[in-house]
Design a protein around this ligand. Structure first.
Ligand code: G1P
Length: 273
């Protein structure tokens, strides 16, 4: 199974930091944000992570390429911890496809259709980090219990924030699992069917990839993944895992990225013997 990470965006909110450096390469404590997401995918049953990149973001590809000369130089100096860290980043199974036009998240995901080979796949948005890796395994369990249905993670947010996200309509079937009945991308607050917002972790059936081929521009003139998910509901069941704010760390704005750095750095200090 493949995990897809869309990474072709411009990183506007971090300009000018992202003028020459891809947003996904901004460090969170000691590694680029995207490395956490790649590690999460590989730790959760993905055999390969496919980064949907833009052709001018070579830094992402350089980061995940082996760097034997650097590793050797570090080992010569006895800096084995750093050598191990560099070796690890270069050993992760990452491949690339390219999104040549910024036509939206749904279009980005569709760019990887040849990679998914007609199988279910994950989509992992890089704006949120899940260092505990507790969501994808649970989503796989829910999917397995429902004949391989798609499962998305949703986060309850205050009503005034719903218009920034995809929002689900549905019915609770257990304490933290909903059956999804509809999805709408960035609805006005008064039209939102719930306060459960699409969080950036998706386990999707192959049919979603097929439907994305027929994607038409939606909200903001972009081909929306949310619209393909709403369309697939006419043919298949879908479930939502309701998560807690503490399950994920947001890195999508300068403020939340700083907070995430602080929280994860503190967590590391707390774990020291
Ligand atoms: C995307 C999705 C949206 C989701 C959000 C989560 O929106 O389209 O459904 O709720 O990610 O971060 P974006 O943030 O790219 O506008």
């Amino acid at each position: 199974m493949k995990a897809l990470i869309p990474a072709a965006g411009m990183g506007t909110r971090f300009l000018p930091a992202t003028k020459a450096l891809p947003k996904e390469m901004l460090p969170v404590v000691d590694r680029p944000a995207i490395q956490y997401v790649v590690e999460e995918g590989l730790a959760s049953g993905a055999d390969e992570v496919v980064v949907i990149n833009s052709r001018d973001k070579k830094a992402i590809e350089e980061h995940f390429a082996p760097a034997p000369a650097l590793v050797a130089a570090l080992r010569d100096k006895g800096k084995h911890d750093y050598a191990d860290a560099v070796e690890h980043a270069g050993s992760l199974n990452v491949s690339y496809v390219y999104q040549d036009e910024p036509l939206g998240l749904g279009h980005a995901v569709r760019c990887a259709h040849e990679k998914t080979g007609g199988e279910a796949f994950f989509v992992l948005l890089g704006d949120v980090l899940v260092p505990k890796n507790n969501l994808l395994p649970r989503m796989m369990e829910i999917s397995a219990a429902h004949a391989g249905a798609s499962v998305i993670a949703v986060l309850p947010v205050p009503p005034e924030e719903v218009s920034r996200f995809g929002v689900i309509a549905g019915t609770a079937i257990t304490e933290d699992v909903w059956k999804v009945e509809a999805l709408v991308e960035k609805p006005p607050r008064e039209e939102a069917p719930s306060n459960l917002t699409v969080f950036g972790r998706y386990l999707l059936s192959p049919r979603v990839m097929e439907l994305l081929a027929q994607g038409r521009p939606g909200v903001g003139g972009e081909i929306q993944l949310t619209d393909a998910l709403d369309a697939v509901l006419r043919e298949e069941e879908m479930f939502a895992l309701v998560i807690k704010p503490t399950d994920g760390f947001d890195t999508g704005t300068v403020e939340s990225w700083l907070e995430t750095n602080k929280a994860l750095f503190q967590g590391r200090i707390d774990r020291r013997p």
